[in-house]
Design a protein around this ligand. Structure first.
Ligand code: 5GP
Length: 222
C-alpha cells in the first residue's frame, strides 16, 4: 500500500570515504547491489572520463567553468579538489531520493566528507581502510587506471586522508570485499533500526586499530 504524500520518512545520508586504492568503489557497488533502499549519489567532476565511464552514470562530467558556475549557484552540498580536478555532490543528487525515503550513499574524499559533516550533522560517516599500506599501494599500482605519477600523487594524498580519518565515526577494514560490504550493510541497517549505538561499537577507531597493520595504525594515530 502506498503512503499518503508527505508521510514518507526521510532517508538517511551516509558518507563513505577512503584513500584511493582502498576498494571504495567495489564496496559501494556491492552495498547498493544488496540493499535496494540505498542509492549511490552521482557526483559532478571536471576529471576526464576513464575508458568505460559514462556521463550521468559514474559521474556527471563537466568543464571547470560549468563546475564553477554551479558552485556560484549554491548547487553543491559539498565540493573539493582532488589531484587537480574538482568533485562535488549536488543537492539535486541527494534531495529526491532522501525525500522519497531512500538512503543515499556518498562516495567522496575526506575534505568533502568534512563539509558534509558540518552541514548535515545527521550524516553517518564511515571510513574504509585498507588492511595495510602495502595493500593500498599494490591495489593502486595493480589496477592500471592511473599512470605512475598519478599513483604517486594518490599515495601522497592518502597520507593526508588518513590524518583526516579521525573525524569519522565508523571504520571498516577492507581485507576482503564481501566482508567489508557486510560490515557497511550492518551499519546501514543499524542506523535504520536505531541500533547504531550498539552495533557501531565494533567499528570505532579504537577497536579497529587493534586489527590493523602497525604501520597503518601509526598513521592513524598521529
Ligand atoms: P576518482 O577520480 O578516482 O573517480 O575519484 C577521486 C576521489 O574523488 C575519490 O576519493 C572519490 O571518492 C572522490 N570523489 C568522487 N566524487 C566526489 C564528490 O562528489 N565530492 C568529493 N569531495 N569527492 C568525490
Amino acid at each position: 500500500m502506498s503512503r499518503p504524500a508527505g508521510a514518507a520518512p526521510q532517508g538517511r545520508l551516509f558518507v563513505l570515504s577512503a584513500p584511493s586504492g582502498a576498494g571504495k568503489t567495489t564496496v559501494c557497488k556491492g552495498v547498493i547491489a544488496r540493499d535496494p533502499n540505498v542509492v549511490l549519489s552521482v557526483s559532478h567532476t571536471t576529471r576526464a572520463p576513464r575508458p568505460g565511464e559514462r556521463d550521468g552514470v559514474e559521474y556527471r562530467f563537466v568543464s571547470a567553468s560549468e563546475f564553477q558556475k554551479l558552485v556560484g549557484e549554491g548547487a553543491f552540498l559539498e565540493h573539493a579538489e582532488y589531484s587537480g580536478n574538482l568533485y562535488g555532490t549536488s543537492w539535486a543528487a541527494i534531495e529526491e531520493p532522501l525525500a522519497g525515503g531512500r538512503d543515499v550513499l556518498l562516495e567522496i574524499e575526506t575534505e568533502g566528507a568534512r563539509q558534509v559533516r558540518e552541514r548535515r550533522g545527521d550524516a553517518i560517516a564511515i571510513f574504509l581502510l585498507p588492511p595495510s599500506l602495502a595493500a593500498l599501494e599494490a591495489r593502486l599500482r595493480g589496477r592500471g587506471t592511473e599512470d605512475r605519477a598519478e599513483v604517486d600523487r594518490r599515495l601522497a594524498i592518502a597520507r593526508r586522508e588518513f590524518a583526516a580519518a579521525r573525524g569519522f565515526s565508523y571504520f571498516v577494514v577492507n581485507d576482503a570485499a564481501e566482508r567489508a560490504i557486510d560490515d557497511v550493510l550492518s551499519l546501514l541497517a543499524a542506523a535504520r533500526d536505531g541500533r547504531l549505538g550498539e552495533v557501531g561499537k565494533r567499528f570505532r577507531l579504537a577497536r579497529v586499530r587493534e586489527i590493523l597493520d602497525p604501520a597503518l595504525a601509526a598513521w592513524l594515530a598521529d
